[in-house]
Design a protein. Structure first.
Length: 178
């Protein structure tokens, strides 16, 4: 699927008959997960999406089984660094990053959850403000099994995708619930 085709799909979801904006947002996030998994040749469970609330907690949107889970943005977490700096991060040596335990206990996958070996973490914006952080990971028992390194070009592509879809998704997230 191309980005223009995906934007058309998001537009359809934005206009879906669901009354609650949060439910439409979650549908859009699941569609985004599939699109990113296909684009970057990762498994769907290797895509995570957090929305940052007013108390500076990260709420899981993806994986969906954790969507009620909120975690505080501690000083040295990657999610906090991306949120506060507004700059994306890429690591192809993520096993050196020690703060992944919450991310590695995800239970919505049919098999054993593998450690994060490589990742891209990007801010999700609307109207210049960051409202979320999205992760694309490569998980495996070892670094060597994790597949190819993420590239600067892939990070740029992910940023372009989020620049396009972030505002669309935020419009739905901001809608009041009925």
């Amino acid at each position: 699927m191309t980005l223009p085709d995906f934007v058309v799909l998001l537009g359809m979801l934005e206009r879906s008959p669901l009354k609650e904006g949060q439910k439409r947002f979650e549908q859009m996030a699941v569609a985004l997960r599939s699109f990113l998994a296909e684009t970057f040749a990762v498994q769907e469970y290797e895509v995570s999406f957090f929305v940052i609330d007013q108390e500076k907690n990260a709420r899981f949107v993806l994986p969906t089984i954790l969507n009620k889970t909120r975690i505080p943005l501690y000083n040295s977490t990657v999610t906090r660094k991306v949120y506060e700096s507004g700059a994306p991060m890429l690591s192809n040596t993520a096993s050196d990053v020690k703060r992944f335990s919450i991310y590695e206990r995800m239970k919505d996958v049919p098999q054993k959850v593998l450690p994060i070996q490589k990742f891209m973490a990007l801010p999700v914006r609307s109207d210049g403000s960051i409202y979320g952080v999205l992760w694309v990971n490569r998980r495996a028992e070892t670094f060597e099994q994790a597949g190819p390194d993420f590239t600067q070009g892939e990070l740029d592509t992910a940023a372009q995708i989020l620049e396009t879809v972030g505002p669309i998704m935020h419009r739905v997230l901001d809608q009041p619930t009925d």
